[in-house]
Design a protein. Structure first.
Length: 557
């Protein structure tokens, strides 16, 4: 029985039907399955500004397959605009709020299924987390990538603008050059163009099987994107008819497929956090050890920014995510028997896709000539991160770094020092009390990392933090250090001048201080006062778990 019948059937539900009829529905509409069409449309970010239009195509698909669509929206924070100030503390928190709002709308109105549309970094995992919670027939569809801008004859993205700020501070760029770049870097609606977090999670949606094949690639402002949204809406009837739910799709094997593709594309470190979070909503036991195990067997074959050359529209042009998945399947690296929202298995989906013998080049490399023999999302452990830390090694040439710590207890302190060019070659910049509880909200620090790159220090300096990095970050940037400083993790005990050893070959990050000295420091350490005592950030700080557990706010059972 459809759950919506408990709301619209029988004499006692006359008031409910009256409310629906006030919105233009009739008895025929109310006799059909009721499908929620959620989007994160708003005017806060180009990633989401067009999603209301895309929702109309999805709703038409829902209607044409014999269901009744009901549109609603969830919030979405613009990471690009929130970056570099207090606003970024809201970013990761918004992921939980998006999942909460989708869950609440679906529970309150007893819709039978869901089509979820989202565009910016946290809205993608937030929407998928909501789908996992409600466990009703659901499909995800991405809002699409922005087009690259053209500046001085080359393709540019917002990453270039962030790095240009560092170049300007270092006197390597004039204000006129910075402004001219700013004016052209983001020429359309859509999510940031490189393999940053939004495009990474879009690729993940196909690998998980929660989105239709080929849905991740087409640009935001394209007829193909409209058609994908229509087809996604139309597919909901098949899921309802066959009772295919997220629990049937979001299995341990599908999460392994997702980890595999993230490593093959040089994807964002945020994928680690988000995949663990989605798996926890689904009750699938996924750990950091699984990420490292799969990374070691997965070659890096897709040459994408920020570590490489190309952007999402380039990948789309040569075949998109299906091309990558088919290549991985041929190598035995993908679970072909995993069920997808198409109603077919991953292997059956990919059998229907044909590519030429040279398809993919130069964006997608042949397995015989990978960019790296192993994947790009590396998990580090050691005396500085007993529960793990994450680094993206795409574009890195050095495998070792040793330096002296420079301590900052907030992102603002670090950015000020970088702007004043107080960071020198060989420094290990420690930014702490920016973790899930400490920030709270585990801020991304693209402004900090890009400024260093713009000053020419991207390979000469390391940053280590219990916060996060943007998908557009590149260099020796190690985030998600766990336990975090706020809970007394070793990162809280580091002092200026301490020697830090980073060895990527051995997957190690160590604080070169004796156990006796660390024990002495631990005795004198006291927690800092929470930065927020009321409101949503205070609630998040109280409820959130460690980054190693996805920074989720699921109650501990």
């Amino acid at each position: 029985m459809l759950v919506s019948r408990t709301v619209v059937d029988g004499p006692s539900r006359a008031p409910h039907r009256a409310m629906y009829k006030a919105m233009g529905l009739n008895d025929a509409d109310l006799s059909k399955p009721m499908v929620g069409v959620s989007s994160t449309c708003n005017e806060a970010t180009p990633c989401n500004i067009h999603l209301g239009q895309l929702a109309q195509f999805a709703k038409k698909g829902v209607k044409d397959c014999g269901c009744t669509p009901r549109e609603f929206t969830a919030i979405s924070v613009s990471d690009g605009i929130a970056m570099g100030h207090e606003g970024m503390k809201a970013s990761l928190v918004s992921r939980e709020v998006i999942a909460d709002s989708i869950e609440l709308m679906m529970r309150a109105h007893r819709y039978d299924g869901l089509v979820g549309i989202s565009g910016c970094d946290k809205s993608l995992p937030g929407t998928m987390m909501g789908m996992a919670r409600i466990n009703l027939p659901s499909l995800f569809v991405y809002g699409g990538t922005i087009l690259p801008g053209i500046w001085n004859g080359k393709a540019v993205t917002v990453q270039d603008v962030y790095e240009a700020v560092g170049a300007f501070d270092a006197g390597k760029m004039t204000i006129e050059e910075l402004t001219s770049l700013e004016n052209v870097a983001c020429p359309s609606a859509g999510s940031c163009g490189g393999m940053y977090t939004a495009n990474t999670m879009a690729c993940v949606s196909e690998a998980l099987g929660i989105a239709l094949p080929g849905s991740a690639g087409p640009p935001a402002e394209s007829v193909r994107r409209h058609q994908i949204c229509y087809e996604t809406g139309k597919k909901i009837f098949d899921l309802l008819e066959n009772n295919i739910r997220p629990k049937d799709i979001l299995t341990f094997e599908s999460f392994e497929n997702a980890i595999t593709i993230v490593n093959s594309i040089g994807g964002s470190t945020n994928a680690v956090l988000h995949l663990i979070a989605i798996s926890k909503e689904m009750g699938v036991k996924l750990t950091l050890r699984d990420f490292e195990r799969i990374r070691k067997r997965t070659p890096h074959i897709v040459d994408m920014r920020p570590g490489g050359l190309y952007v999402m529209v380039d990948l789309d042009r040569v075949g998109g995510v299906p091309l990558i998945l088919k290549s991985l399947l041929k190598q035995g690296l993908i679970h072909g028997d995993a069920l997808t929202v198409s109603g077919r298995t991953m292997e059956e989906n990919l059998e229907m896709v044909e590519f030429g013998t040279n398809s993919g080049e130069p964006v997608v490399k042949k397995f015989e000539r990978p960019i790296h023999q192993q994947g790009t999302l590396k998990i580090l452990y050691g005396t500085l991160a007993p529960e793990g830390a994450v680094i993206k090694i795409a574009g890195l040439e050095s495998t070792k770094f040793e330096g002296r710590a420079k301590i900052f207890n907030s992102e603002e302190e670090a950015f000020k020092a970088i702007s004043l060019q107080r960071i020198k070659k060989g420094d290990v910049v420690i930014i702490r009390y920016e973790g899930p509880k400490g920030g709270p909200g585990m801020r991304e620090m693209l402004a900090v990392t890009a400024a260093l790159v713009g000053q020419g220090l991207g390979t000469e300096v390391a940053i280590v933090t219990d916060g996060r990095f943007s998908g557009a970050t590149r260099g020796i940037m190690i985030g998600h250090v766990s336990p975090e400083a706020m809970t007394g993790g070793p990162i809280s005990l580091v002092k200026n001048g301490d020697r830090i050893m980073i060895d990527l070959t051995k997957s190690k990050i160590d604080l070169m201080v004796s156990k006796k000295e660390l024990a002495r420091r631990k005795k004198s350490w006291h927690p800092v006062k929470p930065r927020y005592k009321t409101g949503v950030l205070a609630k998040f700080a109280l409820l959130t778990r460690s980054a190693s557990e996805g920074a989720v706010t699921i109650p501990v059972n």
